[in-house]
Design a protein around this ligand. Structure first.
Ligand SMILES: [Zn+2]
Length: 205
């Protein structure tokens, strides 16, 4: 497969070009290990990625509830690390300020969370984020509205979920799917490859 940026994928979708064989790598939340462990490997192999950061987690000791329940200590990137990723050619995406559950809060609060995280990123790296990942990665009834506001009013090129599945711009109008890769989901890279191969087969049958 050929690794490209999310921006290039969005461009290919806009132009109606073939997506087969293209993959974009993304990281959510803003964990310190993204900068410390993943970025050196990506850079060594010249692979671009998009890092969706929860901006109020950055430079903080905030403990994510999912880490607390798993008995893990949350460690987040610093602003300098976010800026360095941008300067190394990676994309910084928005993921709200406080990992807001957009399906559960009033709409104005959700929009303010998205807009605020975009503002923080613009202040830190000098460019507005082009991509927005929905916290928790799942759909909710107001997703079409929130997604339309994110794209039409806030200027995002893409809105992404994370429930598994390949990018299919024809059926995923409001938000694009991603395939999660985590030690919880997969014990080895073969598991991920198996899921991709299965999804490719399903989408072609
Ligand atoms: Zn997240």
């Amino acid at each position: 497969m050929r690794v490209c940026t999310l921006t290039e994928l969005a461009e290919r979708v806009r132009e109606g070009r073939e997506l087969d064989g293209s993959v974009a790598i993304t990281f959510d939340d803003g964990y310190a290990d993204n900068a410390e462990l993943a970025a050196p490997v990506l850079n060594r192999n010249a692979l671009p990625a998009t890092f969706f950061v929860t901006t109020h987690f950055i430079d903080s000791d905030r403990q994510a509830p999912w880490d607390v329940s798993a008995g893990i200590k949350s460690r987040w990137m610093t602003r300098q690390q976010v800026k360095a990723l941008h300067e190394e050619g990676h994309e910084i995406g928005a993921h709200t300020r406080n990992h807001c559950d957009l399906g559960a809060v009033p709409e104005e609060e959700g929009i303010a969370e998205i807009e605020g995280s975009a503002q923080d990123i613009r202040d830190w790296v000098g460019a507005p984020p082009k991509h927005f990942a929905i916290p928790y990665g799942r759909a909710f009834p107001s997703l079409p509205r929130i997604s339309a506001i994110a794209k039409e009013k806030l200027g995002f090129e893409t809105v992404t979920l994370c429930r598994g599945g390949l990018l299919n711009p024809e059926i995923q109008v409001h938000a694009w799917e991603r395939i999660p890769v985590s030690p919880v989901d997969y014990l080895s890279p073969y598991g991920w490859l198996f899921d991709v191969a299965r999804d490719v087969n399903l989408s072609h049958s």
